[in-house]
Design a protein around this ligand. Structure first.
Ligand code: IMP
Ligand code: MG
Length: 405
């Protein structure tokens, strides 16, 4: 079985927790895109993990993790996570593999990320400043360094000096402290594998591919330019691995409301007291940057769009427990635009979604997840999207999840 668990919204749907829960039935959890911009908070009960690069496998089980070529790796962040786990008694070094073709995030990438954002002024994307965009750009500029390029120190040094020189000339960014790269590389060296070595192993294994961010942040199909630097959609699996892979099941995760970090349109966004209450109840603060997340109501035109572009097979809903006790819960059902009248689905021209009038349906709130009002909410989403909700996450713990169909 090859499945993908990915976000149907703007990220932070709770994929980390859900993937960790599902991981027990798989041999490998494979990260195929993104980098340390991702932030997964996973509550084990006796401890809590916040991780950025380590794939979301349950550290208490035998499931392994693979970081494929499509990921950009900040070596220090990854080493720190592995070290952190060791401190609490989980040595995952034997269970973690990283493709030798994965590109490295260098300090200059983070510096350029910051500088670009500042230079863009009001047009800034609101990135996590983890160097993601510049690292992918350098991959395409063909000046990036892959893990395999660090093997021979002299050759690597020459490449690093070349990158430094370019950054100095093009962007006035100075960096020449290369030692830290080699120090971090030494710690990770034993986990590095060639993608072809992994191919037969992966072909013969049960794999859950773990998406990062959400499809609305996909560089091609998301709310461009307010997106990340790579593929958050399921389409990222193959370029991320470097070879074709038939996927049996696409499991999309969505939150019972909606959040977004960073800039860009958000038709159902709430402000003031309502937003503050939701943010507080849902602990909606970025796991990577600590930024308060923008909060709003569930948006069905956007959800349907996410389902369509990812060929979603089934859905998992998270965080409906956060809405417990609310008097009314709203759901956006369609948009109205001055040009096109009523629009049920998200307009492909994403610039339109900045200026839409949103039509909502209102539900009576629920006092628990056994409440009939909650059942109505679930059934409504299923009928409006045409997709089944197979699990409902009922709280922060890995075990807080119920199968519904
Ligand atoms: P970048 O990925 O750091 O370049 O940021 C680009 C956009 O994606 C910004 O709006 C970020 O806030 C957003 N973003 C990146 N990673 C995540 C994530 O894991 N969750 C939610 N938003 C993210
Ligand atoms: Mg997150």
């Amino acid at each position: 079985m090859k499945a993908v668990c990915y976000g149907l919204q703007w990220g932070d749907e709770g994929k980390g927790k859900v993937t960790t829960y599902l991981s027990k039935d798989f041999d490998y959890i494979v990260r195929y895109s993104g980098g340390s911009n991702a932030g997964h908070t996973v509550e084990y009960g006796e401890f809590k993990l916040v991780h950025h690069l380590v794939p979301s496998f349950d550290v208490r089980t035998k499931t392994k993790g693979y970081i494929a070529n499509g990921v950009v790796v900040d070596l220090k962040v990854l080493n720190d996570e592995v070290e952190e786990l060791k401190k609490i008694g989980f040595d995952i070094s034997g269970r973690l593999k990283i493709s030798s073709l994965a590109h490295i995030v260098l300090p200059v990438h983070k510096m350029l990320d910051e500088k670009l954002e500042l230079s863009k002024g009001s047009k800034a994307v609101g990135t996590t400043k983890r160097g993601i965009g510049p690292a992918y750009a350098d991959k395409v500029h063909r000046i990036g360094l892959r893990l395999v390029d660090l093997k021979e120190k002299e050759v690597a040094l020459e490449k690093l000096r070349f990158v430094s020189e370019l950054y100095k000339n093009l962007y006035s960014i100075e960096w020449n402290d290369y030692d830290c790269i080699f120090e971090e590389y030494e710690k990770l060296k034993d986990c590095i594998v060639s993608p072809l070595e992994m191919r037969s192993e992966l072909n013969n294994s049960n794999i859950l591919f773990e998406g990062t961010q959400g499809v609305l942040l996909d560089v091609d199909m998301g709310s461009y330019p307010y997106v990340t630097g790579t593929y958050c959609n399921v389409t990222g699996v193959e370029p991320g691995l470097g070879y074709p892979m038939k996927i049996d099941k696409r499991i999309g995760v969505f939150k019972a409301y909606l959040t977004r970090v960073g800039e860009g349109p958000f038709p159902t966004e709430l402000f003031g007291k309502e937003a503050d209450e939701l943010r507080k109840a849902g602990k909606e603060y970025g796991a990577t940057t600590g930024r308060p997340r923008r909060c709003g109501w569930l948006d069905l035109p956007l959800l349907r769009y996410g389902i369509e572009i990812s060929n979603c097979d089934e859905m998992i809903m998270t965080k409906a427990d956060v809405l417990i006790g609310m008097e009314k819960v709203k759901v956006a059902v369609r948009y109205k635009t001055s040009e096109h009248g009523k629009v049920t689905d998200m307009p492909y021209d994403l610039s339109l979604i900045s200026n839409v009038h949103v039509e909502y349906v209102e539900f009576d709130g629920w006092k628990s997840l056994d409440d009939k009002n909650f059942e109505k909410f679930v059934k409504f989403i299923e009928s409006e999207t045409g997709k089944r909700i197979t699990y409902i996450s009922t709280g922060a713990l890995i075990s807080d999840i119920v199968r519904v169909s």
